[in-house]
Design a binder for this molecule. Structure first.
Ligand code: GLN
Length: 460
């Protein structure tokens, strides 16, 4: 049987770009036309299965010859001289990068409104955010432009926009996919992930990207004791989770579904949950303040119009080049790292991170996978009626845990409530991606990816 990827094979010759532009204009009509990849998928490793298939890449992942803006004015004119390992691997299978996607500046945010290069509307409702920071990638998949798009996830940035746009979003185990070519935000948390229009595509793209890479010393292959694909016991969270009613209903519905399929549902307590957000924002900002020190305006990036000396040049490049949220986080990061106070903030956060890891080790002795919401709300409105930057940070309480503990997590569309998708996620022990794909695939069989209503883009 022909692979459903065939639907996307429009790009195998030199006229590719032109054709694609026309194709994007038809994206609306294409929504829903995509067939489940698994139907025609050959057994085993799907070598060559991406031949001529277009995909998009978050603009924080390097692709030679494409811009690498990271959603920032400071890198607005930077063209990447090299390609990330994850993209190289997909290109080697015949996949074609057709564009870079918008994002919150340097991955900092939950809306994609923190981009210096414009906002990305949610394909379900143009007044709402697409989520972030990989909002462009999730929106491109939801709008039918590409079957998958790469993103990065430091604290939820693939899973949360996937949930807001109604697509699948994988955050792999830390180190499973090479970070070579991923611009660093918080290096001990960053992973390359994927937004996809089906579980099968998320799985196959992950299988193609994964593996140890000599260019990233933190990358590694799974050991012989990697968890198997079978799950019988699902851990669920009890108590008041502070969810919006629509999200609460979807969580209950997902639990009900797995119960009806014969899984054992076990209520678990994650004792460290109240620390996820403070620990995440301490460690992520500390690492960001060090990682973003490289943007000096001297060797590359934004140059102020004039400066008397190198110090002034750097000061002005950074003052004019970085957006408010990035500046806030650099300041927070330098604050928690300042001499004499490290023990109070940074070291303490590191100790709590160890405890969070241990808490998950313990939870996975009782459950094979853990089911949680992705975000306490659905895609929120811009401005009035939405969430402010602080509320957005507090709402990272379900996603940041997987990054702090280095675990794989997979977000999936679980319901449509009030005309908008709701995402749930499964977490598994390290290198347990196969288990995530199996368990979500069951849900997908019962509840296929919901499609946004016919949506007329503003440019048409
Ligand atoms: N919302 C998180 C933040 O603002 C997500 C970051 C990410 O995963 N890149 O930091």
């Amino acid at each position: 049987m022909e692979s459903p990827f065939a639907r996307w094979r429009v790009l195998s010759d030199a006229a590719a770009r032109k054709k694609y532009e026309a194709y994007v204009k038809e994206a609306d009509a294409n929504i829903g036309a995509f067939l489940e990849f698994d139907a025609g998928r050959p057994e085993g490793r799907p070598g060559g299965c991406l031949e001529g298939v277009p995909f998009a890449v978050k603009d924080i992942i390097a692709v030679k010859g494409f811009h690498l803006t990271c959603g920032s004015k400071i890198l607005q004119n930077l063209v990447s001289p090299y390609t990330a390992t994850a993209v190289e691997k997909l290109a080697a299978e015949g996949g074609i990068v057709v564009g870079k996607t918008n994002m919150d500046e340097f991955g900092m945010g939950s809306s994609t409104d923190n981009s210096a290069l414009g906002k990305t509307n949610n394909p379900w409702d143009g007044r709402r955010v697409s989520g972030g920071s990989s909002g462009g990638s999730a929106a491109a998949v939801a709008a039918g432009m590409v079957p998958f798009a790469l993103g990065s996830d430091t604290g939820g940035s693939v899973r949360q926009p996937a949930a807001f746009c109604g697509v699948y979003g994988l955050k792999p185990t830390y180190g499973a996919v090479s970070r070579y070519g991923l611009v660093a935000y918080a290096s001990s948390l960053d992973v390359v992930g994927v937004c996809a229009c089906s579980v099968g595509i998320a799985r196959d793209v992950f299988e193609l990207m994964r593996g140890q890479d000599e260019k990233d010393q933190s990358s590694l292959d799974p050991g012989p004791d990697a968890p198997g694909p079978d799950a019988k016991v699902i851990g669920v969270l009890g108590g008041d989770l502070g969810l919006d009613p629509a999200v609460e209903r979807a969580y209950r519905a997902a639990i009900g579904f797995y119960k009806s399929k014969g899984f054992e549902l076990k209520e678990i307590t994650l004792a460290m949950a109240e620390y996820y957000v403070p620990v995440y924002y301490t460690i992520a900002t500390a690492e960001a303040s060090a990682n973003l020190a490289r943007y000096t305006g001297i060797r590359y990036g934004y140059r102020p119009a004039c400066a008397e000396n190198p110090e002034e040049l750097t000061r002005r490049a950074r003052s004019e080049g970085f957006g408010d949220e990035v500046k806030l986080r650099i300041l927070l990061g330098t604050y928690v790292l300042r001499s004499g106070f490290q023990d109070q903030y940074y070291q303490r956060a590191q100790r709590l991170r160890q405890a969070i890891r241990a808490d998950f080790d313990n939870a996975f002795t009782r459950a094979d996978v853990i089911l949680t919401p992705v975000f306490p709300t659905q895609a929120f409105l811009r401005g009035q009626g939405g969430l402010d930057q602080f509320q957005q940070k507090l709402a990272d309480r379900f996603t940041t845990a997987a990054n702090l503990a280095g675990l794989p997590a997979f977000s999936f569309p679980a319901a449509v409530e009030d005309g908008l998708p709701v995402g749930m996620q499964f977490l598994a022990p390290a290198f347990g991606e196969a288990r995530l794909f199996e368990v979500v695939r069951l849900y997908e069989e019962n509840f296929p990816r919901p499609l946004p209503p016919r949506y007329k883009p503003e440019w048409s």
